[in-house]
Design a protein around this ligand. Sequence first.
Ligand SMILES: Cc1ncc(COP(=O)(O)O)c(C=O)c1O
Length: 373
Amino acid sequence: MFGREGAVIMKETGLMEIKVNPATPESRKVKPVDETKLGFGKFFSDHMFTMTYSSDRGWGNAEIGLYRPLCLQPTAMCLHYGQEIFEGMKAYRGKGGEIYLFRPQDNIRRMNVSAERLCMPPVDPDVFMEALIKLVLLEEDWIPRGHGTSLYIRPTMIATEAALGVHPANEYLFFIIVGPVGAYYPEGFSPTKIYVSEEYVRSVRGGTGFAKAGGNYAASLYASRIAMEMGYTQVLWLDAIERKYAEEVGTSNIFFLIGDELVTPPLEGTILPGVTRDSVIKMARHWGTKVSERAVSMDEIVRTAQTGTLKEVFASGTAAVVSPVGQFYYRGKEYLVNGGKTGAFTEKLYEEILGIQYGEKEDPFGWRMKISD
Ligand SMILES: Cc1ncc(COP(=O)(O)O)c(C=O)c1O
């Protein structure tokens, strides 16, 4: 595989050294002052990490420099054939000012799984981790302090080779950008209303649903727009074959508390293996809750919602940790979950996972990585 060779070449030629070209004081941006208005994806810091790949020399030119526009040929292959993958993770500031990452190894691993599926070269996990830590520490002043705020981290890889023709590109750019984001629930939980999409699907077995590839998100927009026009926050995606089994919600994984059993769809190639999903499963099992990774059909969801055994439904993801679902729409009818309110189980998961991320609770799982005091 050309990609694997790439990583090896980099090690042998010692190109792993990351050059740092810090921004001059004049070129630094003014940081947002009001942490309650950060929102998501609006602000980015002064620097970015970049590294380039070519199939004959592997990865090289690792550098942290100014956050800047990219220069691409109109024929850059990512623009035509969608070879683009990314990750999403956060850096958190503890009460004493210390900085933590949460399970970054899992995002790095997932990025390389995505790379393999899209015939893109893997990034050496050690180089990735070093770049990530160096960049976050350089941008330390950009990490907000307010409760629930964080520094969002967006590693991305694109095919940059200037050529038309459908084949894996021979040149790539890997970059990492970071920016402060606000608390997801500044005014407490607000349960979402979801729309079950039967007509449109996001992923099918054998496709790219398990990869974090830009194309998956483009494919999801149409159904999301329909849901929003109908007054719903998110789409609940069903399997593409039978249009019967729940898969994901919006850009998050989905959980159902049915009686005393916590159920989530299995990882069979169509859904993203969420880092938060795995944390929820491990946390719930740690509490002694029965957790099943099994198919859950709309028949079962509707039936248990009607009989009251469907106690809670929530989405999981890096952005919100967990997000309660209060209502869903399926085949012309609306169903309430837990009276439209956030359930105690969802709330407890939120408090526990958030507490670990911010260094406020014990971390029996070893998820937290402290990168500065
Ligand atoms: C499609 C999809 N599913 C699930 C998730 C949740 O993954 P994680 O918990 O790693 O953020 C995300 C978010 O990255 C996503 O985009």
